[in-house]
Design a protein around this ligand. Structure first.
Ligand code: SAM
Length: 264
């Protein structure tokens, strides 16, 4: 069996994302230093949040263009009723909601730098009075509870490339299942650990650096296992993906779907 040395080499040595991330962190460190914000300069969290926002806003045009060619474009309009959107980031998905289907959308974003982008996108989408933003980690269930996100309260939970950055994806998946109403939908598009052992080794070895530079994103999480263990779904087998045995070098294989929480 060919091991595709050239393709692997090209995939594993693509340093563009990392180079941009180093630049973004450096730019923010410079600003913190010049403004005398030494507390922020020596806080890795502050540098990481500011760096990730600059990184994302720099590459966002390309990310958004790419995403509109994927199933994201048809997944997001399936959101309906009361929606919990995890990690809206630049707010790229907000303009994809079907305004006639959503009654309330609560975006939960842990990075405060994204607030102006999200608010601007909500206005642009005509969802100004419908979209509410809560700045906290999606795992902070006490804060979510205070914002009306409790057990069996959501018609839809949307997660587009967010579970990779959540510290404990298994606990997060259980929480998503918990807050959904029976019959509610979990709509997602995420990347996951590779089934190819060489790519998995690459993901594991590079992850400590990647995670620190790219806003906590991990490339080696077993999302299938996390979702399977979250609770009962009516249609777990409907999950789709682009992992291709003919392209074992892909470092970010994607999976997506609309999982329906079982009605007891
Ligand atoms: C790769 S971006 C995706 C942004 C957006 N979902 C999209 O599709 O364009 C991941 C986002 O999740 C946010 N995030 C990461 N961990 C989070 C957490 N624990 N709780 C809430 N948001 C989180 C990040 O700050 C970032 O905005």
């Amino acid at each position: 069996m060919p091991i595709y040395l050239k393709q692997r080499w090209n995939a594993y040595t693509d340093l563009d994302p990392v180079t941009y991330a180093v630049w973004a962190i450096y730019e923010n460190a410079k600003v913190f230093y010049l403004e005398g914000r030494y507390g922020d300069l020596f806080s890795f969290r502050k540098l990481q949040d500011a760096g990730f926002h600059l990184w994302y806003s720099t590459i966002n045009h390309f990310v958004n263009q790419f995403e509109s060619t994927t199933s994201i474009a048809t997944l997001v309009p399936q959101c309906e009723g009361v929606v919990l959107e995890l990690g809206p980031g630049m707010g790229n998905q907000i303009v994809r909601y079907d305004k006639n289907k959503v009654t309330r959308v609560i975006g939960v974003e842990s990075n405060p730098h994204f607030r102006p982008d999200i608010e601007a996108q909500a206005e642009k989408a005509g969802l100004g009075g419908v979209y509410e933003l809560v700045t906290c980690g999606a795992e902070e269930s006490d804060v979510l509870e205070r914002n009306g996100i409790g057990a069996s309260s959501m018609d839809t939970v949307l997660s587009i490339q967010v579970l990779c950055s959540v510290r404990d994806e298994k606990a997060m998946a259980r929480e998503i299942h918990r807050v959904l109403k029976p019959g509610g939908k979990f709509i997602f598009w995420e990347h996951h650990v590779s089934s190819d052992w060489i790519t998995r080794l690459y993901q594991n070895v590079t992850n400590p650096i990647w995670r620190r530079l790219i806003g906590g994103c991990c490339r080696n999480k077993d999302m299938y296992a996390a979702l399977a263990a979250a609770g009962q779904w009516e249609n777990f087998k409907s999950i789709e993906g682009d992992a291709d045995p003919g392209k074992p070098w892909v470092t970010l294989p994607r999976m997506w779907g609309v999982l329906v929480k079982a009605k007891e």
